[in-house]
Structures are given as structure tokens and as C-alpha cells.
Design a protein around this ligand. Structure first.
Ligand SMILES: [Zn+2]
Length: 296
């Protein structure tokens, strides 16, 4: 998928399907999903099963090539999610087939540091984790990085190795996808409202994780926002209070969604959902006690 916002082009590069959203979003049982008819056919089937994607977005301006989120990655030890453990996908081939060169990317943005957003920060060369985008600056939000560094230090300094598959996964994510970037001095630590360039700005959308950011794009009077995981699926547009099992602060996440959708209600800003199935983007309109995504 591709979108044009003024002079900026946004291209989605899909890594894989995301097929456990019914389990991830706490209230999203099939019976409840069937009560939101506009989700069919793009975002749910008639049986109430939710669909989703794991994808990166390339933002091209006149002089910048920015990648937003880097999916799950290959060869990564991920005890928490079987489908992502030691994954082997053709993501990098698809990235190149779409006409992009990893060495030409100048900026890597991570909306947050969960395993499905930082994986291709690095690749395994047989000996070491190497940066996939060797000429890019990787922008890490300070409050996000410090959260995961604190949780890593806690893991390493625990008298007994913490059990829990998620804790071990988070530790591995830090070691194979974050630390190698810091060690090679490729990271810039920024605020959650950092302006990346004239057209691209980070926007704090906390809750899912403490330093979570969305990405705002503005050009020639047009605008878009790439959500990251402040919303995982359009069913949370209908029900902004629906949180996920992966939210660090569920209440704050719901507050962030209400605020975001209220701001976008009726505007021409395109909401691009990081985990949304095609058509992936739409405009927000108020609908009953929630909102709906209007796709073209
Ligand atoms: Zn995610």
C-alpha cells in the first residue's frame, strides 16, 4: 500500500500476518466483534475473527528516507511468541523489491520497543548482530529506552534468573535489537515530541508503553498519523476503552485513544494503523459512544 501526503510518500512493507488479535485485545471475543459490522470485510470476518498485519512504513520526503518500525526480524530468540521465534521471513527482499536500499535509509523510528517493532533494527551475520540500516540514525525516545533499560537491569541483577517467557523475550530484544545500535553509536536519544524533519514529528501516545510515540506527517496542507500500537485494531476505534494484555498502563492507553480520536474526528488527517489490514488507513468519525474508521 502507498499513500501520498502533500509531497511525502508513505509505503507499507508487510512482514507477516498478525492473527492473534482476538486474544491480545481483552474484550475482543468474536461475539463482541460481530456487533461492529463495519469491520467486515477488511478488518474482521463474519465469524468475528480479527485480521491484522505486521508491517513497516517508509516515509520519503524530498531529501529523507525514514523507516518507521522494523517488525519481528529473522533469527531472533523469542520464547514468548512461537510464530515469531527464530522467524525466517522475506521482509528484506520485499523491502528491496519495493525499490528501497537499506543503506540509503537515513533514519529509523521505533514507535516503541516491543519485539514486533524493533526486529529488523539488526540482522544476524553468522557471528554478530549487525545494523540492517548501517547509515541511519536510530531515534529512540528517552522515556521508552529508559523503561526497557531499567527492566533489563532488573532481569540481569535478579538473584535468580526470572522465569516468564515474556521477561526472557524482553531481555533478548534489548540484547539483540537495541544494545547493538547503542554500542555502535548509531542511536539518537530524543524526546517524545521530537521534530525529525520539516514534515515528520513524533507525537507522545503513552499507555501501551511509557514512551510510546506515533508519527505525524504534514505536507502542503495534508496530514497523516502512523499510530504505532496506541491502537492495535480498528475495533478499538469503535471501543476506545478496549485494552490489550500487552499494555503497560491500560487506563492511560484508553485515555490516549480517546484523545487521539476526538482530535481527529471529522478532520482530513489520515490515520494509518500500524497493525491494520489493508486498506490500513482511513479517517476518523464519531459513531455512537465511540468512533469509526472511514476507508475509501
Ligand atoms: Zn505491535
Amino acid at each position: 500500500m502507498q499513500w501520498t501526503i502533500g509531497s511525502v510518500r508513505i509505503t507499507s512493507i508487510v512482514e507477516q500476518d498478525l492473527d492473534f488479535l482476538n486474544d491480545l485485545i481483552v474484550a475482543a471475543e468474536p461475539a463482541a466483534i460481530k456487533g461492529i459490522p463495519w469491520l467486515v470485510p477488511h478488518f474482521a470476518d463474519r465469524e468475528g475473527r480479527l485480521s491484522g498485519l505486521i508491517q513497516s512504513f517508509v516515509i520519503e520526503t524530498a531529501d529523507r528516507k525514514i523507516i518507521v518500525d522494523t517488525c519481528v526480524g529473522n533469527d531472533k530468540d523469542r520464547p514468548a511468541v512461537d510464530a515469531w521465534h527464530m522467524a525466517q521471513t522475506a521482509f528484506l527482499d520485499r523491502f528491496k523489491e519495493a525499490g528501497f536500499d537499506p543503506s540509503a535509509v537515513d533514519t529509523v523510528l521505533c514507535t516503541h520497543m516491543h519485539l514486533d517493532h524493533v526486529g529488523w533494527n539488526t540482522f544476524w551475520d553468522g557471528t554478530n548482530w549487525q545494523p540492517t540500516f548501517p547509515n541511519a540514525r536510530y531515534l529512540f525516545a528517552e522515556s521508552e529506552l529508559s523503561h526497557w533499560q531499567a527492566s533489563y537491569d532488573e532481569f540481569i541483577n535478579a538473584p535468580e534468573p526470572p522465569k516468564g517467557r515474556m521477561k526472557r523475550t524482553d531481555k533478548n530484544v534489548y540484547e539483540d535489537s537495541i544494545r547493538p545500535i547503542l554500542e555502535r553509536d548509531l542511536a539518537d536519544i530524543v524526546s517524545t515530541n521530537h521534530q525529525v524533519c520539516e514534515e515528520v514529528t513524533l507525537c507522545p501516545t503513552p499507555g501501551h508503553t511509557p514512551g510510546h510515540v506515533s508519527i505525524q506527517i504534514s505536507s502542503q496542507g495534508q496530514s497523516a498519523i502512523i499510530t504505532g500500537d496506541c491502537v492495535h485494531h480498528p475495533c478499538q476505534i469503535a471501543n476506545p476503552d478496549w485494552h490489550t494484555h500487552a499494555d503497560v498502563d491500560a487506563e492511560r492507553g484508553a485515555e490516549t485513544r480517546r484523545k487521539l480520536f476526538s482530535t481527529l474526528d471529522g478532520s482530513q488527517t489520515l490515520l494509518v494503523g500500524s497493525h491494520f489490514s489493508e486498506p490500513t488507513a482511513g479517517r476518523i468519525e464519531a459513531d455512537g459512544s465511540g468512533f469509526r474508521l472511514v476507508t475509501e
